[in-house]
Write a protein that binds this ligand. Structure first.
Ligand code: ZN
Length: 265
């Protein structure tokens, strides 16, 4: 059974943006892995950091389990995620441990720098995990392939200038939206935190609202948008479309890479 790795920087990133797509891929027989680089230490108005970290990691583990997923923690800290050696090594450890066929991760532009740095770290890990001489600080086996790499949509479906991201596709998650809601509801602490910090009455309702907004792009009730990494190295055919068929709707301006540009020459 091949593996999917959904890699965020905070517990709840994955479920908010890609929980439905993970559920659909689980139903196709894939082994699901969910990773969080940081521990969610700042995500509560009153609890001390260590206590909220333990609570959030447990929440993420429960959410991942709803799609039969294994949870991985990178050992980093909220609001301190940056593109440096230590973070690079930690991201590569997880990439090598899972050796995924497909990676889903944060978009390069999002509202929070942790997310943007996390996007770079996961993108880089997906590329360099196969480099034998890259030392990630613990004994690991290099991966033997470049995974398919996809970025999920930005938080609240807009970049820092208020624009929509140039999505390549959206996945219709209407059939699994109840499961996505249950995954988000595992993050009880974030209902408390976002009520306090963002003045959101109901984090679950916000999640569904954003999935509904993306659904409108493809005439579905609920969807999750993605951009595929089409740079040199990674496969450029759209495996999500191949696997999910009509549930994955490509947008007309998704670039198609000619066959002779797809491989190293
Ligand atoms: Zn986050």
């Amino acid at each position: 059974m091949d593996r999917i790795l959904a890699f965020g920087v905070h517990p709840d990133d994955v479920e908010y943006a890609a929980g439905g797509t993970l559920a659909l891929l689980r139903d196709k027989g894939f082994e699901i892995h969910v990773a969080s680089l940081a521990g969610g230490e700042v995500g509560h108005p009153t609890l001390p950091a260590q206590q909220i970290r333990e609570r959030r990691l447990a929440e993420n583990q429960r959410a991942a389990a709803l799609v039969g997923g294994t949870f991985h923690f990178g050992g980093c800290h909220d609001l301190e995620v940056q593109y440096d050696c230590e973070h690079r090594r930690r991201a590569v450890r997880i990439m090598r441990e899972v050796d995924p066929l497909i990676v889903l991760t944060l978009p390069p532009m999002d509202y929070l720098l942790d997310h943007e740095e996390g996007s770079k770290l996961v993108r880089n890990a997906a590329y360099i995990a196969s480099v034998p001489n890259y030392d990630c600080g613990v004994p690991t086996k290099p991966t033997g392939r470049f995974p398919y790499l996809y970025y999920w949509n930005a938080s609240r479906c807009r970049d820092i200038f208020g624009r929509p991201l140039p999505l390549h596709m959206a996945v219709n998650v209407t059939s699994v939206i109840e499961l996505k809601r249950k995954m988000i509801e595992c993050h009880e602490s974030q209902f408390e935190w976002l009520k306090h910090h963002n003045k959101w009455e109901d984090f679950g309702a916000v999640t569904l609202q954003d999935s509904r907004e993306q659904g409108k792009l493809i005439g579905a009730d609920y969807a999750e948008g993605f951009i595929q990494h089409l740079g040199n190295g990674h496969p450029t055919d759209n495996i999500l479309k191949t696997l999910l068929g009509d549930l994955c709707v490509e947008f007309p301006d998704r670039p198609v890479i000619p066959e002779n540009r797809r491989k190293f020459v």
